[in-house]
Design a binder for this molecule. Structure first.
Ligand code: UDP
Length: 396
């Protein structure tokens, strides 16, 4: 029997999305290729980077925190030349980690975290161990320049719009493939009837709102729950605090005037979405794509500036939902939708039309093709070799 292909999926928990995409892709690989593949999820920063870089995931919630400064920094970096300069500054902090990641025994690397793309490719160049390298972009629309090292072997993107962004960031056209955003394979199954999902969750069979804030429970989740609770609307509420322990405690400590189920980080998001009529969430790409498979109308309660605002624009342009950043505006929107079932049904249809439930399988097929199509010939950039320039820059 031949050995299974060992495929490393590099992610970091800066937001829930990278891990969620990597997990979905790993699921897609197992589902499609069974014992022929051995996908391994790997948090390179946590495992190999020095402190405090190793704990970037802990800092991410307050760094991003939907603040304007984060948005400005993120936008400024989103230019191929600026991103390259930033990466050169970043390199000393991640050099050791990147070297070790490059040397990990495997048949291919699938990168699902923008902070790794340049360093791991540079490290492979430096060590002379050039493994097949696939980049899977885990944002829905924007393809940040930090993802975009043109020497990657395949560049997988979720949408046609993101394909254009990749081209703008100098990824060669023949390397780009639109596969959708990988989401858990359970989303490939048709949704359960709402009544059954609600019963499973111990809820009544009535209008249900699902309220989320991404993997980290970001945004004004508690205030929104409060506003819905005191609105007098005849609804019940499911609130997902994700990894935000404080929020979960706050939710648990409150006496709610309506039926409210609060969860911490929970795997059963498909069941929660099956039970819901409407989703309220920040504009996280994975949550949005999952909601499309359940034809859920979406109220976007906010977005991480620059990083997620184009996701919001996409949902609005496709008429699958609206942006309502104030809790009272969210309540007004739910009230309007409750009184206008035709509008709600239309939003639901529009949402369903954007679904791409097979994305994890399509991405898996693309990654497998790269992993098995050796040899990959690396062409050094024209002129002075990149790493020589870097070393000169670093004075090493
Ligand atoms: N998620 C989950 N359980 C939770 C909260 C969130 O499985 O309790 C998942 C959610 O279904 C989605 C991901 O975490 O797959 C969140 O990704 P998204 O891109 O929406 O936002 P991020 O957390 O990256 O900001």
């Amino acid at each position: 029997m031949t050995k299974p292909l060992r495929l490393l999926l590099y992610y970091a928990d800066t937001g829930g999305g990278h891990r969620a995409t990597a997990q979905a892709l790993a699921e897609g690989l197992k589902h499609r290729y069974g014992n022929a593949v051995d996908p391994i999820l790997f948090d390179g920063l946590r495992k190999y980077a020095p402190y405090p870089v190793s704990h970037l995931d802990d800092m991410y919630p307050w760094m991003s925190g939907m603040s304007k400064t984060w948005g400005r920094g993120w936008t400024q970096l989103n230019d191929p030349r600026v991103a390259m300069r930033f990466m050169k500054l970043w390199w000393p902090y991640v050099r050791t980690a990147a070297m070790r990641m490059a040397k990990e025994p495997c048949d291919a690397i699938i990168n699902v975290q923008p902070l790794y793309t340049f360093p791991v490719l540079w490290a492979m160049e430096r060590t002379g161990i050039r493994k097949p390298f696939v980049t899977m972009v885990s944002d829905l629309i924007v393809v940040h320049a930090l993802w975009c090292d043109p020497t990657t072997d395949r560049f997988l993107v979720p949408t046609e719009v993101s394909r254009q962004h990749a081209l703008d960031n100098r990824i060669p056209e023949e390397k780009i493939q639109v596969v959708g955003l990988p989401i858990r394979l359970t989303f490939m199954l048709p949704p359960q009837p709402k009544a059954i999902a609600r019963r499973q969750l111990g809820l009544d069979d009535k209008f249900t709102i699902l309220l989320m804030g991404g993997g980290q429970g970001l945004g004004r989740v508690y205030e929104t729950a409060e506003a819905i609770g005191r609105s007098g609307l005849n609804v019940q509420l499911i609130v997902v605090a994700g990894r935000n322990k404080k929020l979960k405690e706050q939710l648990d400590a409150t006496h709610w005037p309506i039926t409210l189920k609060a969860y911490g980080f929970i795997q059963e998001i498909p069941t929660l979405m099956d039970a819901a009529d409407v989703l309220i969430t920040k504009a996280g790409p994975t949550t949005i794509c999952e909601a499309f498979t359940r034809s859920l109308p979406i109220i976007l309660s906010g977005y991480i500036p620059s990083q997620e605002n184009e996701n919001a624009d996409y949902v609005i342009d496709q008429q699958a939902g609206i942006l309502a950043e104030e809790p009272e505006l969210i309540v007004a929107t739910v009230r309007e939708w409750l009184h206008n079932p035709d509008r709600l049904a239309q939003l639901s249809r529009n949402s369903g039309q954007l679904a791409r439930p097979r994305a994890a399988i399509d991405a898996a097929e693309a990654a497998y093709e790269v992993a098995t199509s050796r040899p990959i010939v690396y062409r050094a950039p024209q002129g002075e070799p990149l790493l020589a320039r870097l070393d000169r820059f670093l004075g090493t």
